[in-house]
Ligand binder design. Sequence first.
Ligand code: A1S
Length: 213
Amino acid sequence: MTEIHVITRDNRRLYADHLETCFHLRHQIFVGERGWEDLRRGDGRDIDRYDDEHAVYLLAIDRDRVVGGQRLYPTLLPHMISEVFPHLASRGIPRAPTVFEWTRYFVVRERRMGRTDCRLLAGLQEFCLAEGITEVTAVVEMWWLPRWQQSGFKVKPLGLPATVEGEACIAASVRISEESLESVRRLGGLRESCLVRQGIRSPVLERVPYAAA
Ligand code: A1S
């Protein structure tokens, strides 16, 4: 069964191989499939400056195989919206200890039937609720908006849509709530938690760097 494993700096060493696989899968998917050429690297791994000790990964793992993933990063630190896409957030960039940026969301091709996706989305809501994270921000293609609506996610645009690498994109904030968690669990037919936390000190929020850089 696919479970969503929480990986932070506390337990990274337990998941060294899974993370390595995740970086290779990200390269295959975002560069090979999606054509995001800026991310291309000779070693076939997608790793950027936000893959540091502050990143939190929620990886979908089925019998030791990584089948999906996503990354959260504190908005009090320089992050993708503040450094790369500030022009997409004309209404202001939400930055607070309880707001994280959400990036690098993927499901491996063979698992794209919505079920892994629902688990990842439910895992995101559940993890954030447990940690006191109230909101996640993201830059997404416009086709995410109906997907989120279908999942029961409450979304607020941070600015107007603009073209990024030929695709209409928008910066948005997604509210974390029990209702959204219930809604996406219903959509995916999930009856219970699928989050796995091994060797993590909670809450993660307590150790988020507070000084805005
Ligand atoms: C940043 C994201 C942040 C949240 C962090 O009937 P279909 O096939 O048209 O249904 C599709 C489309 O409606 C839509 N969709 C998916 N990819 C699309 C694309 N490139 N352009 C336009 N629409 C797209 O979603 C429906 C279902 O997609 P799916 O792939 O059949 O199945 P699943 O299981 O829901 O997986 C969706 C994701 C996005 C996870 C999967 O397609 C994937 O991993 N894609 C590559 C990585 C990626 O593009 N991530 C988003 C940007 S990161």
